[in-house]
Design a protein around this ligand. Structure first.
Ligand code: RFL
Ligand code: PHB
Length: 389
């Protein structure tokens, strides 16, 4: 079998790229290791930048997002018992929207199915071959049967644990990594959110985040120890910990209930350079990871997709490879800024095991400066709503 672009990974980046290309008549096959149900059971990002919203519109899947997403004009930041707001709309005239990654992916699956474009779920042993030649191909197994797809290009959209990045010879890659000494425990509960806006809280016992999915579905996170297991965290322990880390007035307003999902994610900053090797292009978590504190993971995956989509269009429509040749450079320039912002948000909002009294004062001064300086708030707002593509 032959196609123009093989997309490895049917997460949000692979599906968005596939849909954008399909609308321009460029043929793709998506190979996804898991089932559709499994991918849609993963609860991840919630905040979308306008760039991603616009791309969803361009991919023809913007209607439900437009109707059901929630506009967030700002955010709240708490430090111990004090809380202040940052209004992105007033500061820079832009906002973000809240629409879960699960819904983004569901809309893209539905659109691909409607278009009749090919997606192979439960594709096993996906291997990339001759990606640095003019004739790359991908092999995999489906229902025990070996299959091969020849193609022009391979898009590696298979996440941090995927096969694509590892197909680039180690001598070609440079990896940058920072592993944080804590994780996030997240729960989903069918309770009304404690506030209309998100609350990022730095308390003496650690970080907490109040987020949501809709008026009756809340998403909350607390900083936890690296060795913690979900089984260590009863719902009661979670709610007590969360309430304790929020300013009193917020904690008192918190409505608790049974969790319907509970998971732990380690926090990591990671970048692998370059993002292109021959005819293989990496997108999203396959090439980089950010700690979720800045809500940048999914949004940075989307900007990669934008650059790769533009490069492929230029190649197929104008026979010009300039966009593809510059893909890695353009994507990485934006990736590193998202890495910096996510690292900064993480460093000012969490408690670190080895923090000295001096470090704590630095954190307090950063937060006081952010509270008091409109210039500092404008910088934060520009990064949070998303830097231009
Ligand atoms: P994904 O979503 O990981 O999708 C990759 C897909 O590739 C498949 N796959 C393979 N398919 C074929 N062959 C193989 N060998 C394969 N190996 C893997 C996988 O099954 C999967 O379906 O990457 P993508 O598309 O780049 O999207 C990136 C986003 O998912 C990610 O940046 C964010 O979700 C990060 N992230 C969060 N970001 C936020 O902004 N806010 C959050 O609250 C947030 N929480 C999270 C997160 C990431 C997590 N991970 C990766 C464990 C919580 C977690 C737990
Ligand atoms: C979420 O709603 O899951 C969420 C929101 C903001 C973040 C991280 C996660 O920074």
């Amino acid at each position: 079998m032959r196609t123009q672009v093989v997309i490895v990974g049917g997460g949000p980046s692979g599906m968005l790229l596939g849909q954008l290309l399909h609308r321009k008549g460029i043929d793709t096959v998506v190979l996804e290791r898991r089932t559709r149900e499994h991918v849609l059971s993963r609860i991840r990002a919630g905040i979308l930048e306008q760039g991603l919203v616009a791309l969803m519109g361009e991919a023809g899947v913007g209607d439900r997002l437009k109707a059901e997403s929630y506009l967030h004009e700002g955010t709240l930041i708490a430090h111990n018992d004090q809380m202040f707001g940052i209004n992105f709309q007033n500061l820079i005239g832009q906002s973000v929207v809240l629409y879960g990654q699960t819904e983004v992916t569901r809309d893209l699956y539905d659109a691909r199915e409607k278009a009749g474009a090919e997606i192979v779920f439960e594709a096993e042993d996906v291997s990339l071959h001759d990606a640095d030649s003019d004739a790359p191909f991908v092999t995999y197994r489906k229902d025990g049967e070996a299959r091969r797809i020849d193609c022009d290009f391979i898009a590696g959209c298979d996440g941090f644990h995927g096969v694509s990045r590892r197909s680039i010879p180690a001598a070609v890659r440079t990896e940058y990594e920072k592993v944080y000494p804590f994780g996030w425990l997240g729960i989903l509960s069918e309770t009304p959110p404690v506030n209309d806006e998100l609350i990022y809280a730095n308390s003496k016992d650690g970080f907490a985040l109040c987020s949501m999915r809709n008026a009756s579905l809340s998403r909350y996170y607390v900083q936890c120890s690296l060795g913690d297991d979900v089984g260590d965290w009863s719902d009661t322990r979670f709610w007590d910990t969360l309430r304790h880390r929020l300013p009193d007035e917020v904690g008192e307003a918190l409505v608790t209930g049974p969790s319907i999902e509970k998971s732990i994610a380690p926090l990591r900053s990671f970048v692998s350079e370059p993002m292109r090797w021959g005819r293989l292009f990496l997108c999203g978590d396959a090439a980089h990871i950010v700690p979720p504190t800045g809500a940048k993971g999914l949004n940075t995956a989307a900007s990669d997709v934008h650059y790769l989509y533009q490069g492929l269009l230029q190649f197929y429509q104008e026979k010009d490879s300039e966009g593809l040749d510059r893909y890695s450079e353009k994507a990485l320039a934006r990736v590193w800024k998202a890495e910096r912002f996510s690292w900064w948000m993480t460093s000012i909002l969490h408690r670190f095991p080895d923090q000295s009294p001096f470090d704590l004062r630095m954190q307090a001064a950063e937060l006081a400066f952010l509270r008091d300086s409109e210039d500092a708030q404008r910088v934060m707002a520009a990064n949070y709503v998303g830097l231009p593509y």
